[in-house]
Ligand binder design. Structure first.
Ligand SMILES: NC(=O)c1ccc[n+]([C@@H]2O[C@H](COP(=O)([O-])OP(=O)(O)OC[C@H]3O[C@@H](n4cnc5c(N)ncnc54)[C@H](OP(=O)(O)O)[C@@H]3O)[C@@H](O)[C@H]2O)c1
Length: 284
């Protein structure tokens, strides 16, 4: 049995779909099974990574686990899952980490939380694979509303280029690590094929939807105020902004060959991602 945490999230859902497509048995953890909307064939189990008592039943019979955790609770939730996985006899954990967890200069909260989470997984003694993606292409969905309503993309750090990666490719590498031999003890830094600035991403979206868009650089303060207005907690908003500021560093713009090395096919381009998600930028 393959356990997927974060199964209702961006990468976890893609992992679920790809494991199912490979004909493998999948169990998904969610706090709200009634809202999970997962495909038929998935065994959906209610569990909370913050509640250690809820985890043992979810891990019965599990051989391999995909571990996705978010926010300030990453270290604690990774440790909870790893602890329960030892007791359940899990053989391999594939952890979704952060591209910058391996950057010695990265002292801001999100890579630090992931570093602590990785340490907890390693300390479990279970075989592990760390999957460390750079920025997700799907972060551009945060622009969808302003594209639809005002043909404008607003973002800070306009000069920063990130080698953004398609969540589909993150899932493909994770699934390979789960189902093939040879991935234990490996750390995979994942990028797409090209580093792009938000203005360059805006131009690609404009081409895909067939109408001009304006890119407007906003200050980091304005971007943080937007996060707070959307209900992001202050500690998380500050962490996200510290991460976004690293778009100006060369570490985030370096393209890595890992997706092709692991999956045997080229990573998807931002153009391909935008084409697949075109409706989000055009629907009424
Ligand atoms: N976005 C980026 O550019 C980027 C880049 C590199 C790394 N990352 C990392 O990727 C991870 C986020 O992945 P994502 O975007 O795929 O996730 P996501 O879409 O934000 O989904 C979050 C998932 O976590 C689950 N979850 C949250 N709290 C939980 C709890 N207490 N117990 C059980 N499940 C819980 C949710 O499940 P339910 O609500 O169904 O319970 C949901 O499935 C983060 O660790 C982030 O640091 C992101």
């Amino acid at each position: 049995m393959y356990l997927v945490t974060g199964a209702t999230g961006t990468v976890g859902r893609a992992v679920v779909d790809q494991l199912l497509a490979a004909g493998l048995p999948v169990r998904a953890i969610t706090r709200r099974p009634e809202a999970a909307d997962l495909p038929a064939g998935v065994e959906v189990v209610r569990a909370d990574l913050g509640d250690p008592d809820s985890l043992p039943p979810a891990l019965v019979g599990v051989r391999k686990a995909f571990l996705s955790t978010t926010g300030t609770e990453i270290p604690r939730h990774d440790a909870n899952l790893a602890f329960a996985a030892v007791a359940a006899g899990v053989e391999h954990i594939v952890k979704l980490s952060s591209g910058r967890a391996g950057d010695p200069a990265a002292t801001d909260p999100i890579p630090a939380w992931h570093r602590a989470g990785e340490d907890a997984v390693r300390a479990s003694g279970i075989a592990w694979t760390m999957v460390r993606p750079m920025g997700f292409m799907s972060n551009a969905l945060h622009w969808a509303r302003s594209v639809r309503e005002s043909s404008t993309v607003r973002a800070p750090f306009g000069h920063g280029r990130i080698a953004v990666v398609d969540p589909h490719d993150i899932a493909a590498v994770s699934v390979a690590a789960l189902i093939e031999p040879g991935h234990a003890g490996r750390v995979y830094v994942l990028t797409g094929p090209q580093a792009l600035s938000p203005g360059e991403q805006t131009a690609i979206i404009a081409e895909i939807i067939g109408r001009p868009l304006r890119f407007e650089e906003i200050s980091p303060e304005a971007a943080e105020a937007d996060l707070l207005r959307f209900g992001v907690a202050p500690e998380m908003a500050a962490a996200i902004m510290a991460l976004r500021a690293t778009a100006l560093e060369s570490f985030t713009s370096t393209v890595h060959p890992t997706v092709a090395d692991v999956t045997g096919r080229s990573p998807r381009t931002f153009r391909e991602w935008a084409l697949e998600n075109r409706a989000q930028f055009t629907a009424a």
